[in-house]
Write a protein that binds this ligand. Structure first.
Ligand SMILES: [Zn+2]
Length: 283
């Protein structure tokens, strides 16, 4: 029996120890009152758990995320490039209608081509313009022009309004892309302005030679004289009584925007008709 009582004693001692530890645990109850704080800490947990998540996010986006597109990035693109609506929104449409002194990179293209020997307009009086235009494909393209500085503000305003109204212009590249050959530029339906050259078949300087005239969608709006028309592939668009596409007439937005700023339209001349042409002569 004694041998049985000894384990009983041990059990009693164990119970006592448990009770004591329970009492020792009692002081822990005040700790439990800290629990709200702990639960407050646990309410922080989401933030804590978010932190590791957010620290993961940059890792995920760091590599594939391209830097935001800037106006300078777009300026580095060739004229004619298509921009997506997202790209335009990223840069801001206002940043994409710009006028500037002729940059060296642009003058290098013009020198000896549209800016030929004996050019009567100093480089400093010309401006390089970048705009957006709606192509015949419905896409937004980068357009470029060189014009007299006296026209720069008008042209920026006019091309912005044409763009905002989805007015279709197929191409807007410097005539230098066609080696300064006006006929080739027109045949390609290229809208352009400055080109130091005489009026065809005359010795008179064209207003284009001063950067004071612009030709819009020239293939569809040819230059017509008693002896013929240019460009030579514009035969389908010579009869202006027909309802031809991209036709400039007095109901046309282009006509309205230019003439309300005092420009002359070649379509209203008497001896020849130059339906693509708007000019602002020096006073
Ligand atoms: Zn012209």
């Amino acid at each position: 029996m004694k041998s049985l009582k000894a384990p009983t004693y041990v059990l009693l001692m164990l119970c006592l120890l448990l009770m004591l530890s329970a009492c020792g645990g009692a002081p822990a109850t005040p700790d439990a009152s800290v629990d709200p704080g702990a639960s407050a800490a646990s309410s922080v947990d989401p933030a804590d758990s978010a932190a590791p998540e957010s620290s993961v996010q940059p890792e995920e986006s760091a590599e594939p995320a391209p830097p935001p597109l800037t106006a300078e990035d777009v300026f580095a693109m060739d004229a004619g490039t298509v921009l997506t609506p997202d790209q335009i929104e990223e840069v801001g449409v206002d940043q994409l209608f710009r006028s500037m002194k002729i940059p060296d990179s642009v003058f290098a293209r013009m020198d000896g081509v549209s800016y030929g020997e004996g050019c009567v307009v100093p480089r400093k009086r010309l401006r390089y313009i970048r705009v957006l235009h709606r192509g015949f494909d419905g896409e937004t393209h980068i357009g470029e022009l060189v014009c007299n500085r006296a026209l720069a503000k008008d042209l920026l305003e006019i091309f912005r309004e044409l763009y905002d109204n989805d007015y279709p212009i197929e191409k807007m590249l410097l005539v230098d892309n066609y080696d300064g050959d006006d006929e080739r530029s027109m045949e390609d339906n290229n809208t352009s302005c400055f080109n130091f050259r005489p009026v065809p078949n005359t010795e008179h300087l064209s207003q284009h030679a001063y950067g004071r005239a612009i030709d819009i969608n020239p293939l569809y709006n040819p230059y017509i004289t008693s002896s013929g028309y240019t460009p030579t592939n514009a035969g389908d668009y010579v009869d202006r009584s027909k309802d031809t596409p991209y036709k400039i007439d007095e109901n046309d937005l282009c006509y309205q925007l230019f003439t309300q700023r005092g420009y002359t339209w070649g379509g209203s001349w008497n001896n020849v008709k130059d339906y693509q042409h708007f000019q602002l002569k020096a006073e």
